[in-house]
Design a binder for this molecule. Structure first.
Ligand code: MRU
Length: 339
């Protein structure tokens, strides 16, 4: 099954906070259910946040009692406002909501027709993400050689998307082509997406994966135990890639060791109207750093910083892999100019 699906007025998705211990499917019936699942990170990963926000609007529209189109549009605008307050950094969430709202505002037809249109548009957003990930996998796999050891950070896999994954999509495609590769996954403190989700996905697919703590990256690069880095992105702006906290340190280390650093992301993650200075980096609760599971690991009252993402300037990025192909620096400059 896909990571997220629409089934007769319900959104089905997997609770990512319970993995890898339990596989629990959530049946989300209202837009508020989706909003809550995003806030609590049961749903996470930039492209999945986009699809989830789209399906959340679909739930609002589908179950709405409004008989007038204008009233339904108001309801959708309110739902969109709440959704936009969940997580500020991944642009896919805003992209999907604005795409639907733009089309809704220009829609001519009855309230019922509009509701069905929103469901179809959400489904299109999900289908397009799945298709984009397979293309990213196909293009990106051209960069992968037999014997490569690929380091990835956080989880940019099927779980972070509608299916297949971005960084893990590239790894999956190379593996499906018979390339004998190995993966090094960073645990990704504090929410442990690498340990819990990336290691889980790769193990399930039979792709060799070795888990390290975030602070081991420098040493294993120094020991030449990694040949490439591939990560996902939450937002690609004019001058930088914004991704899970820790990405920047990995990129600088990769450059220092002449290891290619690739970013795999669909175009719905591109936000080329903005620069990194304009982007809100999500700050998450201090408990995430103070505790591992239910165990407090620091003295009560300790000061904590918990930015969930960081900013990697483009000079550290070898290329960006998207559904149009591999964008090296010159291609990215042209790509920006053509927008
Ligand atoms: O806080 P998260 O788990 O939502 O962060 C996810 C990431 O940082 C991923 O690397 C990014 O969204 C790309 S997912 C294809």
């Amino acid at each position: 099954m896909r990571t997220i699906e629409w089934r007769d007025g319900t959104v089905i998705t997997i609770d990512q906070m319970r993995l890898p211990h339990e596989t629990v499917f959530l049946e989300l019936k209202t837009c508020d259910d989706v909003t809550e699942a995003i806030k609590t990170m049961k749903i996470r990963g930039a492209p999945l946040l986009g699809a989830a926000a789209a399906f959340a609007l679909a739930l609002s529209a589908y179950h709405s009692k409004s008989e007038r189109k204008e009233e339904l549009i108001d309801e959708l605008e309110n739902a969109a406002e709440n959704l936009k307050e969940t997580r500020p950094t991944a642009v896919n969430l805003f992209w999907a909501i604005d795409r639907i709202l733009d089309k809704v505002r220009g829609f001519s037809g009855s309230a019922r027709d509009l509701a069905l249109f929103v469901v179809e548009e959400a489904q299109r957003i999900a289908d397009e993400n799945a298709a984009a990930n397979h293309l990213i996998g196909r293009f990106g796999s051209e960069l992968i050689r037999d014997g490569d050891v690929i380091l990835t950070h956080c989880n940019a896999g099927a779980l972070a998307t509608v299916e297949y994954g971005t960084a893990l999509g590239v790894i999956r495609a190379a593996w499906e082509q018979g390339k004998r590769i190995k993966v090094v996954a960073t645990e990704t403190r504090p929410k442990l997406q690498g340990a819990r989700l990336t290691a889980y996905e790769l193990k399930r697919d039979g792709i060799p994966v070795t888990l390290i703590t975030d602070s081991m990256v420098g040493y294993i690069m120094y020991k030449r135990l990694v040949s490439k880095v591939i990560v996902g992105a939450d937002r690609i702006v004019q001058d930088a890639v914004i991704n899970k906290i820790g990405t920047y340190a990995i990129a600088v280390l990769a450059k220092g060791h002449n290891i290619p650093f690739y970013v795999a992301a669909p175009k719905s993650t591109f936000d080329l109207a903005h620069t990194s200075a304009e982007i809100v980096i999500e700050e998450r609760p201090s408990e995430e750093v103070m505790y591992v599971g239910s165990q407090r690991i620091a003295p009560e009252g300790a000061n904590v910083l918990n930015p969930a993402f960081d900013v990697t300037p483009l000079k550290y990025v070898t290329a960006i892999i998207c559904e149009d192909g591999i964008l090296y620096k010159e291609d990215f400059v042209k790509f920006k100019a053509n927008l």
